[in-house]
Structure formats: structure tokens, C-alpha cells
Design a protein around this ligand. Sequence first.
Ligand SMILES: [Cu+2]
Length: 387
Amino acid sequence: MTSLLVIIVLVLLAVALWQLTKIFDLTQVGANSDDSQVASDNDNNVQGYLMFGFLAFIYVFTIYGLIKWGPLVLHTPASEHGSLVDSLMNITWVLIFIVQFITQGLLYYFSFKYKGEKDKKALYFADNNRLEALWSVIPAVVLAGLILYGLYAWNNIMFVDKDEDTVVIELYAQQFKWTARYAGPDNVLGKANVRLIEGVNTLGVDMSDPYAQDDIVVSELHIPKGKKVHFKMRSQDVLHSAYMPHFRAQMNCVPGMVTEFAFTPVYTTVEYRELPYMVEKVAHINALRSKKSVDLVAKGETALDPYTFDYLLLCNKICGTSHYNMQMKVVVDTPEEYKKWLSEKATLAQDIKAAVAPAPAEGAAGSTDTTKVDTTAKVEAPKVAMK
Ligand SMILES: [Cu+2]
């Protein structure tokens, strides 16, 4: 404590001394005619032109960025509402570009025009009502328009008609994996609670709930094309975010509550792979990969596998050390393929029964399902969460 006080006293003394030297400097004004620190007309001119140089840099870099990184955008949306999100985004971008182009130009032009010059006097300009109204009203109207359009888009996207025929799927987030639960033929998810997590029942589904009897738990997400999919998200541990970029969908997964999002896929995975832009993109990625593989093989390492496109469900909240790897493959099937895929899955009730049975018969429902959740991995997950 004493040493802290000594340090504070020393710092304050240093500050006081520094201030004293400044007072001394001030008393010397007039006595010393050195004005080398005052900007001359030449200095101001150079600064003015340098600002124009910076303006040119901003413009050129913007155009360069658009050309170089423009093609990396997500391109064709794979959901019905996707084009609405995209047009909102595009309008916002166009407005930003126009406004930035004009305001930056004016900012640097006026800085140059009114730079310091000997014998130039500043004009006293109190206010101009017309000018102030103009620069307040225009942004207000434009922003109000954008917000209204955004609200309209959001309400359209988030609205799910109660009577609409949807596929109900739960997305369960935990450090660091996703699990999906299908509501089954009754299309109602059984109740669930983390306190009920036990053995195979890794999502804590309340098996006493009649609606839970036909629920199906899987680790790969299949959804049908052309039908609205109603997702209900839960989280076991921390904040996660279910992000499906190709479908322009994202929703936070919050522990202790159920959040929702619904969309209709418009391209099956196979159809999306065949879109010309995707064919080109995949070819480009694979060209880069095979080039890299040559170097890897030369170093005695294994070559990279060729890339095939798949829709993904990613986590978009930094939720821990393996956040980057928290993803699940999403497959959009034709309605027939989807029906077939789902019909081959065992229900959670069957899985629990099989797990409890002393020696399950070979080929029993659920026991041969390779896409089923790895129960050992899931039981260990909470340990990671507690670290
Ligand atoms: Cu996460």
C-alpha cells in the first residue's frame, strides 16, 4: 500500500513538473520568433493534395474489392424467402455505395477548398434552415424506408400459419455438435428437458409424453424440397446460433427457451450442385485443391480429397474452443426420397427400448442405424461444457 502511495506521489510530481515547463514556455511567447511549428501555405497545399490522394485510394480500393471479392457472395438462395433477404441486402449496399461515394468526395473537396491560407479569413456562418432541413429529412426518409421494408421482410419470413402443413424439426445445440429431432407422424415434438437426459435419450425427451413416442433423433438433417420446414431450436449449454447460409436462415439457440425459424427449400442438394455458378465454383475449388495436393504429395503427405458441395448448418456464435467445427450436413431431398429416408429411421422410443434390453436381437430397429447419435460421445459432452 505504501509503495502504491509513493508511486502515485511520484507520478503526480512528474505531472506537476511537466505543467510547470509548459507555463515557462508560455512566458517565452514573443521573445522567441521561431515559427517552424506553424503550417505554411505550402504545407497546407501538400496536405490538401495528400487528402485527394487518399480519396482516390478509397475509390480505387472499393472498386478493386468489388471486382476481386464480389464473386465470393453466396449467390442463388436455396429457400423461398431467400430472394427477399437478398434484395434487402442489395438495396442497402447500393444505398451505402452511393452515399459513401458522394459524401467522401465532398468531405475531401471541402477540406482542400478551405485549407489554411495566409490572409484567408474564416466566414462566420450561423445557420441555414433550408440546408439543415435537407440533410436531416433525406436520411430520415431513406432510413425509414429501409426500416419499413426490413420489417415487412422480417414479418413475412417469420410468419408461420398455424394451419399450414409443415415439417416440424427440433435442432438441438450443444458444445460442439448439432442433433436433430423429427416430430414424427403426429408432427408434434414431445416435451423435453435437460434434466431428463439419460443414456440414449441424449436430448432429454420426456418419454411419458404421448407426443414423444414417435419422435426420431438423428445426426444428419434431411428436409424435403417445396415444403415448409418449421425448426424449433434448443441449446443444452451456452448460446449457439443455427446458421444455414444457403437458405438465408439464422436463429440463436438459447439455453432454457425454444426459438423458431421456418423456411421452404426450393432446390434439392442435387439440383443446387448442378447450378452453373456452383459447378464453376466447385471446379475452381478443386483446381486449387489439386494444385495444393501436388505440393503435399511431393512432401510425402496425403493429397486432398476433391470437394463436393453440401448445404450446411453451422454455429454462428463463438461458443467455445471447437466452435469452428460445430456443423451438420443438411440434405434437401425430393419429397419421395425424404419420406423413404425418414421411414428407415427408428424412433427414439425404439432406441431406448433396444438400449435397455439385455441382449438386443441382431438387426433390431435402431441397432443398425449408422447415422444414429454416438451415445458415448454425447454422454461425455457435458464434461467439456463444465471445463
Ligand atoms: Cu456453437
